[in-house]
Design a protein around this ligand. Structure first.
Ligand code: MG
Length: 354
C-alpha cells in the first residue's frame, strides 16, 4: 500500500487500542503520525508488509493479458453499520461489482478515507477489518490509499472512496450496445433489501430485524456465467434507483424498449411491507448484491440453472424482455394487467444509502 503522506491529516498514533481513543487532528509532527498510522493500522489490515516492500507514492503491479476496466465510487452511507453490512463492506463490494458489470475480473483497489475528528478508533478498526475480509473473499488487493481528517462537525464519522481496476479477458464484450430486441431480462434475486434495511434502521421501524441488506460481491457470479460460456450481452448492478433506473438507462443507451412483468419480479414480504409503509416502490429501491443480465432468450433457461447454483443469485428470475417497439422506454405490465411506463425519478428517493 502506497500512500500520499504529504498533506492532510491523520490519526493520533501509534494507534491506542481499546478504551475510548478517537480520531484527532494532529498539529505538527504530522509526517511521523501519518506513517505510524499507515504502518501500524492500514498496511497490516490490507496485507502489505513494509519490511518487504517499503511504502512508495504509487503501487506498481503486473496485470494479466486483456483490457483494463477502471471505476470509482464514494460511500457516505448513514448509519455506518446496518443489518447485513457496513460502510467498509459496501466500499469494497460496490467498486468490485461495478468492475464485474463490465465483465472485468477485479484486480486491485484503492481506498481513501475522510475521517471526522472524534471518530472512535474502534469504529475505524471495525470498518477496516470489514474491508479486509471483503477484499480477501473477492480475491482483490487494496494496494494504495489515503487518509484525511476533517474538523468535528465537518464530516459524518467516515466517508470512503474506493477506485478499482479490473481485467477484461480477451473476447469478453459486456456492454449496453450489445442489448438486442428478443433478449431476456433476468434478475439475480429479490429486490429492495439494501435500501429498506438502511431505511428501517434510520426510521426506527419495528421490522428492522427481518430486513437484511443484500450487500455482497457479484464478481464470483459473473465469473461463473462467463466461464460457463453464457453469451452475456449486458450486466448492471441494481444500486441507486434500483431495477427501474438500471433498465431506463439501458433502454436509453441501447435504443431498445423493455417490457417488464410485475408478477415475475421477486420482492420478499418484509421488503414489500416496509415499502408500503413508507410509500416506496421496490422497483426503485437500491440493492447492493443484485444484478440484471441481458442475454438471448434461448439461453435464459440454462442461465437460470447456472445462477441457481450460485449463492450470489438466491432467486434468479426472468422479469422481462427487450423489444423493438417503444425504443428508450421501459413498460411494466402490472399484476392487475394494466400497462404503465417506468420512468426515472426526478429526485433522490433515498439519500445516503450507499
Ligand atoms: Mg453500478
Amino acid at each position: 500500500m502506497s500512500s500520499n503522506q504529504n498533506e492532510g491529516f491523520s490519526l493520533q498514533c501509534p494507534v491506542p487500542r481499546g478504551t475510548h481513543a478517537t480520531v484527532q487532528m494532529a498539529h505538527g509532527g504530522g509526517g511521523r503520525v501519518m506513517r505510524n498510522l499507515i504502518e501500524g493500522f492500514f498496511l497490516p489490515a490490507f496485507g502489505s508488509d513494509p519490511a518487504k516492500e517499503p511504502p512508495h507514492d504509487a503501487a506498481v503491479m503486473d496485470v494479466p493479458e486483456g483490457r483494463l476496466a477502471m471505476t470509482t465510487d464514494t460511500f457516505v452511507v448513514s448509519p455506518l453499520f446496518f443489518p447485513g453490512g457496513d460502510i467498509g463492506k459496501l466500499a469494497v463490494y460496490g467498486t468490485v461489482n461495478d468492475l464485474a458489470m463490465a465483465g472485468a475480473r477485479p484486480w486491485a483497489l484503492s481506498a481513501a478515507f475522510i475521517l471526522e475528528e472524534g471518530l472512535p478508533l474502534e469504529t475505524l478498526e471495525r470498518i477496516v477489518a470489514s474491508m479486509r475480509d471483503a477484499a480477501l473473499e473477492v480475491g482483490v488487493r487494496i494496494v494504495t490509499g489515503d487518509t484525511k481528517v476533517v474538523d468535528r462537525g465537518k464530516g459524518d464519522g467516515v466517508f470512503i472512496n474506493t477506485a478499482g481496476i479490473g481485467v477484461v479477458a480477451p473476447g469478453v464484450q459486456v456492454a449496453p450496445r450489445r442489448v438486442k430486441p428478443g433478449d431476456a431480462v433476468i434478475v439475480s434475486g429479490d429486490l429492495g433489501r439494501h435500501g429498506m434495511a438502511v431505511m428501517s434502521v434510520r426510521e426506527g421501524l419495528a421490522f428492522e430485524a427481518e430486513l437484511q441488506s443484500d450487500c455482497a460481491s457479484l464478481a464470483g457470479l459473473v465469473d461463473t456465467l462467463l466461464e460457463a460460456g453464457a453469451d452475456v450481452h449486458c450486466l448492471r448492478d441494481l444500486t441507486r434507483g434500483g431495477l427501474a433506473a438500471a433498465l431506463c438507462e439501458i433502454a436509453d443507451g441501447a435504443g431498445v424498449g423493455i417490457e417488464l412483468d410485475e408478477a415475475s419480479i421477486p420482492v420478499s414480504p418484509p421488503v414489500a411491507n416496509a415499502c408500503e409503509l413508507l410509500g416506496l416502490d421496490p422497483l426503485y429501491v437500491a440493492n447492493e448484491g443484485r444484478l440484471v443480465v441481458f442475454l438471448p432468450a434461448e439461453a435464459a433457461e440454462r442461465t437460470l440453472e447456472i445462477m441457481r447454483s450460485h449463492p450470489a443469485a438466491p432467486q434468479p428470475a426472468v422479469v422481462g424482455t427487450v423489444t423493438e417497439t417503444h425504443p428508450g422506454m421501459v413498460q411494466l405490465r402490472t399484476t392487475l394487467g394494466a400497462e404503465r411506463i417506468v420512468d426515472l425519478l426526478s429526485g433522490e428517493q433515498m439519500p445516503r444509502i450507499c
